[in-house]
Write a protein that binds this ligand. Structure first.
Ligand code: SAM
Ligand code: SF4
Length: 331
């Protein structure tokens, strides 16, 4: 197969993050305002058929892994039948989901059945009051129930925790403690400015500070090799069943080996989390382009992929620092 999805720095793109909705049943403070967003009009969202068509030809062009995200993917009606159809795309090697876990538990056995055996679960605290403070909803029990179900079904589980000053610093160590008995990866993410409102002009908890904080309690924590294209620096604590990762998302230290593109719920292709996306592939499909033509448009856009997130941010049309909600991008 010709490597159609290669950027001008020689990076091959084989990973698609597809956001199926911007809507959400939580209001995480780092992601969106408490009152929510001006949700996108439903007719502007990509339909399942459009997404299936897009994914099928992207797999032909070299995409091997698809992550379904949002907003909260399980809030979109009929998500499961869509996932089932996606899982049947020939040549797709890995299908995964990122979820907040509120509605996910009942779907876990079915996910397993269709070959989804790895899920990323967002969980920023184990404390009920702080959960409400962060997510503005009282749903921690449901999220923890999803975690139990995932483990019961031997799913590979990665927990995503966004680290926030004055919010969940005291949760870092209890969350690391989970890895003692549970075979999970817990990944602490530097907070990024994608919150749909307030500017975040500096970072108080960067990857180094997060690591030092953990080292104070677990001095034996050891660096382990990172998988190719990993966005996290990974560590293990001797005697623990799970691992700890730290994602330098604000510091953008992993761009050099980037292998991913994103498609937003509107159908906008983002070749970098920090760019503002020039190609609306849904509009092109609705105008009647063929799969080949759509593939060419995507391939051309990938050729213009920025070298890294700093460069992408500088080149944004409006020259404004990023502040859109992560729910409109997919994380
Ligand atoms: N609703 C699902 C969830 O929360 O898992 C999927 C969508 S959410 C936008 C995807 C990931 O982005 C989550 O793990 C979330 O923690 C992360 N995220 C959202 N806003 C963020 C921010 N401002 N900085 C860092 N990570 C963020
Ligand atoms: Fe919703 Fe996920 Fe954003 Fe939280 S991070 S508000 S769960 S989309």
């Amino acid at each position: 197969m010709i490597d159609m999805l290669q950027d001008s720095y020689g990076r091959s793109i084989n990973y698609l993050r597809l956001a199926v909705t911007d809507r959400c049943n939580l209001r995480c403070t780092y992601c969106m305002p408490k009152e929510g967003l001006d949700w996108l009009p439903r007719k502007e969202l990509m339909t399942y058929n459009e997404m299936l068509r897009l994914c099928s030809f992207l797999v032909k062009l070299g995409i091997e892994k698809i992550r379904i995200t949002g907003g909260e993917p399980f809030i979109r009606k009929d998500l499961f039948p869509f996932l089932k159809e996606l899982s049947q795309i020939k040549g797709l090697k890995e299908l995964t989901v990122t979820t907040n876990g509120v509605l996910t538990a009942p779907f876990v056995p079915k996910l397993k059945q269709i070959g989804i055996d790895s899920v990323n679960l967002s969980l920023d605290t184990l404390d009920n009051d702080r959960f409400i403070q962060i997510a503005h909803r009282d749903e921690l029990d449901k999220v923890l129930n999803t975690l139990d179900m995932l483990l019961l079904h031997n799913m590979e589980v990665k927990i995503n925790t966004v680290v926030m000053e004055n919010m969940n610093i005291r949760d870092i160590i209890p969350l690391v403690h989970l890895t003692k008995t549970l075979p999970i990866g817990i990944r602490f993410i530097e907070q990024m400015p994608f919150n749909g409102g307030n500017r975040l002009n500096s970072l108080t908890w960067n990857y180094k500070r997060i690591l030092e904080h953990i080292q104070q309690v677990f001095p034996s924590i050891t660096k382990i090799p990172d998988a190719p294209h990993s966005t996290s620096f990974n560590y293990h604590i001797p005697g623990h069943k799970g691992d700890v990762g730290i994602i330098a998302a604000y510091s953008r230290l992993f761009c050099g080996s980037c292998n991913r593109i994103r498609i937003t719920p509107l159908g906008v292709l983002k070749t970098c989390l920090y760019d503002n996306g020039k190609l609306n592939i849904k509009d092109a499909l609705r105008k009647g382009v063929s799969d080949e033509e759509a593939g060419m448009l995507i391939s051309d856009a990938i050729l213009k992929k920025a070298k890294n997130g700093w460069e992408a941010e500088k080149k944004r049309d409006n020259q404004e620092p990023v502040h859109e909600s992560m729910a409109t991008i997919g994380g």
